[in-house]
Design a protein around this ligand. Structure first.
Ligand code: LMR
Length: 398
């Protein structure tokens, strides 16, 4: 039956973790996957999550959730993403369903596009999170890329981006990273978001925001949703794929949300029913636990305040490691410009290392990172930052 099956390609991100785990070297470092570690290099469970667990412990029913998940969770989640006072929420124009983290949310939307706007072309930033390409491929949505990152400035290629989105056919679906762009750590400024919103209006493009890092960019969840608020203020319909993997450290709980802004409340009901109809044959209904945790935190002002503090602490630790990495490189006498390490935001540093230099990092220094030169700053600690800087210096010096 299966003799013709060939091995699947290694995942460019999760495959790095497998290689790291197989390495027995004592100094090995994993800055591949974007998963937060504390300064001792250990995974973290947030105190607000532990407290939410205590509150729901022993009382959780094991019943099925509805196909679209917990309505209470969705309402709280979308309130966080759009801002609780968003007019589209007051007008009940938003269809929202619980999703299997950010991946599941983007996938649901891609399937929805294929079913109801099959002629649509999807545009993804170049580069983007590698799994975006897999999602649109498997949903059979035509995908293209638009320019996003300019290697020469290690910043946003705003002119290229605008040019490509102008050239795209009207009514295209454009994937945007709401904040803390993965992998580059480069986001548009508020003025650039405003200009983009205008361009989207002219071209009648549909924005799909992937929001996997709300809180991780600035440490302030209501600052990190500014792109969405700008687009909403301009009256756009949009979709948003949220994930609580990073922001609440709920990686393995697979807790996310897909929301779609519709014309009116009646249309939102119809759209939600179709999203549920897509979910049903795939997984019937989403799991309970993550939605209970998030809803417990977001509906209690003390727990929410604690979460805000904890997400800011994580963001601040990462920002501190950016400063430390840059300083170590400069102290080592590196002649390269490392300003981008501190200019970029979010979990990742798009270092500019070439695939060959990345190979040397792994082979000579047992430092594991993705081939595109992305360093997960969440894996950098006071204990390994010097070692990391030294390795980067060794592979980049002439
Ligand atoms: C990453 O980019 O490292 C994370 O989003 C984890 C993943 O699933 O790829």
């Amino acid at each position: 039956w299966w003799s013709s099956v060939q091995p699947a390609p290694r995942d460019p991100i999760l495959g790095v973790t497998s290689a790291y785990l197989a390495d027995t070297h004592p100094d090995k470092v994993n800055v591949g996957v974007g998963a937060y570690r504390n300064d001792q290099g250990k995974p973290v469970v947030l105190e607000c999550v532990r407290e939410a667990e205590r509150r729901i412990g022993g009382q959780e029913l094991m019943e099925y959730l509805p196909m679209g998940g917990s309505a209470k969770y969705c309402e709280l989640s979308v309130g966080l993403a759009y801002g609780e006072d968003a007019q589209v929420l007051k007008d009940k124009k938003v269809a929202s369903v619980q999703a299997l983290s950010g991946t599941g949310a983007v996938r649901l939307f891609a399937d929805f596009i294929k079913r109801f706007r099959p002629e649509s072309e999807a545009y993804l930033p170049m580069p983007t999170w590698s799994n975006h390409h897999n999602i649109f491929r498997d949903a059979n949505v035509n995908q293209h890329t638009y320019r996003y990152y300019l290697a020469s400035t290690r910043g946003l290629d705003f002119e290229g981006l605008k040019e490509d989105l102008k050239k795209a056919p009207n009514n295209s679906v454009i994937l945007l990273h709401a904040c803390a762009h993965n992998p580059t750590g480069v986001d548009p400024t508020p003025e650039q978001w405003k200009a983009l919103s205008k361009l989207f209006k002219e071209k009648e493009h549909f924005p799909l925001f992937d929001m996997a890092y709300q809180g991780f960019a600035s440490g302030d969840t209501q600052r990190d949703n500014q792109a969405i608020r700008i687009f909403l203020e301009d009256g756009h319909q949009l979709a948003c794929a949220q994930s609580f993997a990073k922001s609440m450290g709920l990686y393995g709980q697979r807790i996310g949300c897909l929301s779609v802004v519709c014309d009116d409340a009646a249309q939102a009901t119809v759209v939600k029913s179709q999203l549920e109809y897509i979910a049903r044959p795939m997984y019937s209904s989403p799991p309970v636990h993550g939605s209970l945790l998030v809803a417990t935190i977001l509906s209690d002002s003390d727990l929410k305040t604690l979460w805000f503090k904890e997400v800011k602490d994580m963001a601040d630790r990462i920002i501190g490691m950016r400063t430390a990495l840059r300083k170590n490189l400069e102290d080592l006498g590196s002649k390269q410009n490392w300003e981008h390490i501190t200019n970029q935001i979010g979990m990742f540093c798009y270092s500019g290392l070439t695939p060959e230099q990345v190979d040397r990092m792994t082979q000579e220094f047992h430092i594991y990172m993705t081939k595109n030169g992305r360093i997960s700053m969440a894996g950098v600690t006071s204990g390994n930052v010097k070692y990391l800087a030294n390795a980067i210096h060794e592979v980049t010096k002439a």
